[in-house]
Design a protein around this ligand. Structure first.
Ligand SMILES: [Zn+2]
Length: 403
């Protein structure tokens, strides 16, 4: 069999995905938090599957499962295998099992990885950041489970990982990293497309807006003399909603994810209020325009008088571009197996690939999410689409290895 005619085993792929789904199953989804019993059992099972595929598996000191083979050239394929709480069966799992199936189908040239804690029960992208050298010992010591407060070192010890070394990126080992993932949105489905070739992973810019008013009695303070920080916040949020469409790009998104009124009581005029605003886009110029508009909205609010409004930038990420040669290989493969039913598109969600892109060429493939639903137990993808995506991935990998 030549590499270019590689053919995956769809039944084997689906059987493995459904087997992995049983670790921590919840309704039709999965509850498999990082380092929990089902997560570690799933990781051991994945390591066993890697061994069966002829790879040498290792579960490293942060929980990454890496299966390595012999000889070159090589590509690294994978994703993460823990889930959000009470979430879906394919987020992460799909990319790991695609890696396994492509490694089996090709029989050479593919290492497979399941990163730990992409979903951030402890730190976020914990395993892939460890691999690329961006998880410090200080952060490891300080990280805590965001739901129950367990420290990361305690969780690692309980999972049997204490004292194990962490796998690190080996320069020169790989031609690149490929990650398949469910889209987690409805762009593919709404355009009746079956494959997405990811061009970039969007950057997230986050801001906090503070409003200073005057706290006072809700019954005795005349409306004319009030400085209500809550009202100022709601008005500004409305201005963002009204004005951002004029400066945003076609795929920009923005969210007021949290508002706080202080003191937050029914009979007290809020003297202080805060809101968290984030926006995402793959184009830095668009992000700059949105920030400039936000600053103008804040300036207008201050000019109008009343409450004092101040803007604080919390973080400004950088979009991570996917490798051009990997995009081309994925597109050729998509055109071969799903002619006309694919598109290039940015990823609105973060993925381990954005970390791997820092050390090697990286690319991503999306399959449709039914109804655009993800991070929920009802998350699903049609089995035909799951099999097609893996076939496209395998052909692209064969192409890249043959180049
Ligand atoms: Zn994911």
């Amino acid at each position: 069999m030549s590499l270019s005619n590689v053919s995956i085993d769809g039944a084997r792929l689906l059987a493995d995905l459904h087997r992995l789904r049983r670790f921590g199953s919840y309704k039709t989804g999965v509850h498999r938090p990082t380092y929990s019993e089902p997560d570690m059992a799933a990781r051991t099972w994945i390591a066993d599957r890697m061994r069966e595929a002829g790879l040498t598996p290792e579960i490293d000191g942060i929980g990454n499962v890496i299966g390595r083979g012999e000889g070159g050239p090589r590509l690294l394929l994978g994703s993460h295998s823990e889930t959000q709480n009470h979430a879906g069966w394919l987020d992460g799992a799909l990319g790991v099992i695609y890696g396994l199936e492509v490694a089996r189908a090709l029989g050479r040239g593919v290492d497979v990885v399941s990163w730990a804690d992409e979903e951030g029960h402890y730190a976020g992208f914990t395993g892939s950041r460890s691999y690329v050298g961006e998880l410090s010992d200080d952060e490891t010591a300080a990280a805590r489970n965001r739901y129950d407060g367990t420290t990361l070192p305690d969780a690692l010890a309980k999972a049997g990982l204490a004292g194990k070394s962490r796998a690190r990126y080996e320069p020169g080992r790989y031609r690149g990293y490929l990650e398949a993932h469910i889209e987690q949105g409805d762009d593919l489905e709404s355009h009746a497309l079956r494959i997405g070739i990811v061009t970039s992973i969007v950057a997230i810019w986050q801001f906090r807006v503070d409003f200073e008013g005057t706290q006072n009695h809700a019954g005795t303070t005349r409306m004319a003399i009030r400085r209500d920080a809550g009202v100022a916040l709601v008005k500004l949020a409305g201005e963002v909603e009204r004005r951002f469409p004029g400066v945003a790009g076609p795929r920009s998104v923005w969210t007021v994810g949290r508002i706080t009124l202080d003191p937050g009581a029914a009979s007290i005029i809020p003297g202080h209020a805060e809101m968290l605003l984030q926006f995402r886009d793959a184009d830095p110029a668009t992000l700059e325009r949105m920030e400039a508009e936000l600053r103008a909205i804040v300036a207008d609010a201050n000019a109008a008088g009343g409450c004092a409004v101040s803007l604080h930038a919390l973080s400004r990420g950088t979009p991570k571009l996917c490798d051009a040669a990997i995009q081309d290989a994925l597109e050729r493969a998509a055109e071969r197996f799903a002619p006309g039913l694919h598109q290039r598109m940015p990823s609105g969600a973060g993925h381990d690939a954005q970390l791997l892109a820092k050390v090697m060429p990286a690319g991503m493939l999306f399959v449709p999410s039914i109804g655009g639903i993800s991070h929920h137990w009802s998350e699903d993808t049609a089995e035909d689409d799951i099999v097609l995506g893996c076939q496209v991935m395998a052909a692209a990998v064969a192409d890249l290895l043959a180049a």
